[in-house]
Design a protein around this ligand. Structure first.
Ligand code: PMT
Length: 410
C-alpha cells in the first residue's frame, strides 16, 4: 500500500528490491499517492497492474480487492500516513486500500511517514497503539530532518530496513524450532577507575542480526550483551553485562542449556589488574596501567562443550584473515568460525555490512565479499541447521598455522 506522503517515491525502491528478490508485489495506491508517483512506475517495477481505486472501468473492484487481499502473504503500507493509520484503526473503508486492510487476513506492516507534530499527536499515537494491540507490525519511523524542515520522529525509515522487516515476516520458519541459541554480543567496559574504562568499537549490530535471524527460525535466543548501540529483540532473553569477566560468568551459567553457542562479542582480552576506587588525578608523570589477561570465553566453551552442542566464533582481523581465523578455529575447538575483516569502511565494527568468510573444521572456506550483516546471519543460520543435523564435531582439519585454502564449499 502506497499513501500520499512525500516519501512515496521511496516505495519504488522497496517494490523493486522485493521484486528482484522474487517476491510477487502488487502496488495499491491511494489517490494522493498517485499525485506523487505515477502508477506506471510501479507497474514497470513489479510487472503487476497497480490497483488504484475502488471503481475503475473494466474492473470488478469487489472481486479485485477480495482476491488480492486474500492472496497476500503480507500487507506492507509504506509510506503510511496519519490518514491511513487513522482509517485502519477506526475501521474506515472509503477507498481501495483502507477496504483491503479490513478484508485481508495477512500480517500488516506499517512504515509510518509524516510531520513530527502529526506523528507525536495523541490521536496518531492512539491509532498506532490500537493497531499494535491488534497485532499490526511497525517499522520506523526514523528521527531526523524531514522534508517539511522540522526535526524529530516521523521520517520514513530507510527502504533497506523496511525490506528487512518484510523478510522478518515473510521468512518465518521453524527450522530452529525447539533449539536454544546462546549468543554473546557487544563490547566490554573494563574499568580503570570510577570514571574511565577500556572499551572497543563493537556496536552490537552483528549480534543483533544473528538474534533476529535465529528468532525468525523459531529458536529460543539468550543474548549476553556488553555495552552496545542497538536495541535487542524483546522476544529474546537479554542479560546485560559490562566486563569480560561478567560476560564469562553469565556464559558459564547458561551454556549447558544451549544447543548452539555463538561468540559474536568483541571480548576484552585484558582487564586492568588493579582498578582504582578513586579517579586517577592528572599529574605531570605518565600513568602506567598494568593489564591482566581475561578468560577466553568461547575457547572455554569449545573445550567443555557436550556432544551435539555447536560452538561458533568470530575472528576480527585486519590482515592474514584466513591464517588467524584457522588458528582460532582449532585453538578454541570451534565447529565454525566467521573470519570478518575489521577496520575498513564497509566491514567490521559499527558497519551494516561485512566482508566475511566461513571456515569449517573440514578445511573448506566459504567466502562472502561485502554483504549486509543480516544476510551473513541468514547464511550462518543455514549452516547452524546443517551442523545441528550432523550432531557431531568433525575431526580437526589437518592444516594448522598456514592452511592452503581448499576449494570453495559446494
Ligand atoms: O558489533 P559490530 O559493530 O557489529 O561488529 C561485529 C564484530 C566485528 C565485533 C564481530 O563480527 C566480531 O568479529 N566479533 C568478535 C570480535 C573478537 O573479539 O574477535 P577476536 O578475533 O578477538 O576473538 C575471537 C573469538 O573469541 C570471538 O568469537 C570472540 O567473541 C571470542 N573471545 C575473544 C576473547 C575472549 N577473551 N573471549 C572470547 O570469547
Amino acid at each position: 500500500g502506497v499513501t500520499g506522503s512525500i516519501a512515496a517515491y521511496k516505495a519504488c525502491e522497496i517494490a523493486s528490491t522485493l521484486t528482484k528478490a522474487g517476491v510477487n508485489v502488487t502496488a495499491v495506491m491511494t489517490r494522493s499517492a498517485q499525485q506523487l508517483v505515477g502508477p506506471a512506475t510501479f507497474e514497470g517495477l513489479t510487472g503487476n497492474r497497480v490497483i488504484r481505486d475502488m471503481v475503475e472501468s473494466g474492473q470488478n473492484a469487489n472481486i479485485d480487492h477480495i482476491a488480492v487481499s486474500n492472496s497476500a502473504d503480507l500487507f506492507l503500507v509504506a509510506p503510511a500516513t496519519a490518514n491511513i493509520l487513522g482509517k485502519a484503526a477506526q475501521g474506515i473503508a472509503d477507498d481501495w486500500l483502507s477496504t483491503a486492510l479490513l478484508v485481508t487476513h495477512a500480517p500488516i506492516l506499517f512504515a509510518p511517514a509524516m510531520n513530527t507534530n502529526m506523528y507525536t499527536h495523541p490521536a496518531v499515537q492512539e491509532n498506532i497503539a490500537t493497531l499494535k494491540q491488534r497485532g499490526c507490525q511497525f517499522v520506523g519511523p526514523d528521527a531526523g530532518r524531514l522534508a517539511c524542515n522540522t526535526v524529530g520522529p516521523g521520517r520514513l525509515i530507510e527502504p533497506a530496513e523496511i525490506v528487512e522487516a518484510v523478510w522478518d515476516l515473510l521468512k518465518r520458519s521453524d527450522t530452529l524450532a525447539g533449539k536454544h541459541i546462546l549468543l554473546t554480543t557487544g563490547a566490554n567496559h573494563e574499568p580503570i577507575d570510577p570514571v574511565r574504562y577500556i572499551g572497543n568499537r563493537s556496536s552490537g549490530k552483528m549480534g543483533l542480526a544473528i538474534a533476529q535471524e535465529a528468532l525468525q527460525r523459531g529458536a529460543k535466543v539468550t543474548i549476553i550483551t556488553g555495552p552496545s548501540d542497538v536495541t535487542l529483540p524483546p522476544e529474546a532473553r537479554v542479560i546485560e553485562v559490562q566486563t569480560a569477566q561478567e560476560m564469562s560468568n553469565a556464559v558459564m551459567v547458561h551454556m549447558d542449556e544451549a544447543d548452539v553457542i555463538i561468540g559474536a562479542a568483541a571480548v576484552a582480552d585484558y582487564r586492568v589488574t588493579h582498578p582504582s576506587d578513586e579517579k586517577h588525578k592528572r599529574s605531570t608523570t605518565a600513568l602506567n596501567i598494568e593489564l591482566t589477561e581475561n578468560p577466553d570465553i568461547i575457547g572455554t566453551v569449545g573445550a567443555q562443550k557436550r556432544e551435539g552442542q555447536v560452538v561458533i566464533g568470530f575472528a576480527a582481523e585486519t590482515h592474514d584473515l584466513i591464517a588467524h581465523a584457522q588458528e582460532k578455529l582449532n585453538k578454541k575447538h570451534l565447529d565454525l568460525i566467521v573470519a570478518n575483516r575489521v577496520g575498513t569502511s564497509d566491514s567490521g565494527f559499527g558497519r551494516d555490512t561485512t566482508d566475511a568468510q566461513f571456515l569449517f573444521r573440514d578445511g573448506t572456506v566459504e567466502q562472502h565479499p561485502v554483504i549486509r550483516k543480516r544476510e551473513l546471519a541468514d547464511l550462518l543460520m543455514s549452516h547452524i541447521v546443517e551442523l545441528l543435523s550432523k550432531h557431531t564435531t568433525l575431526p580437526a582439519s589437518p592444516q594448522s598455522g598456514n592452511p592452503e585454502v581448499s576449494a570453495e564449499r559446494p
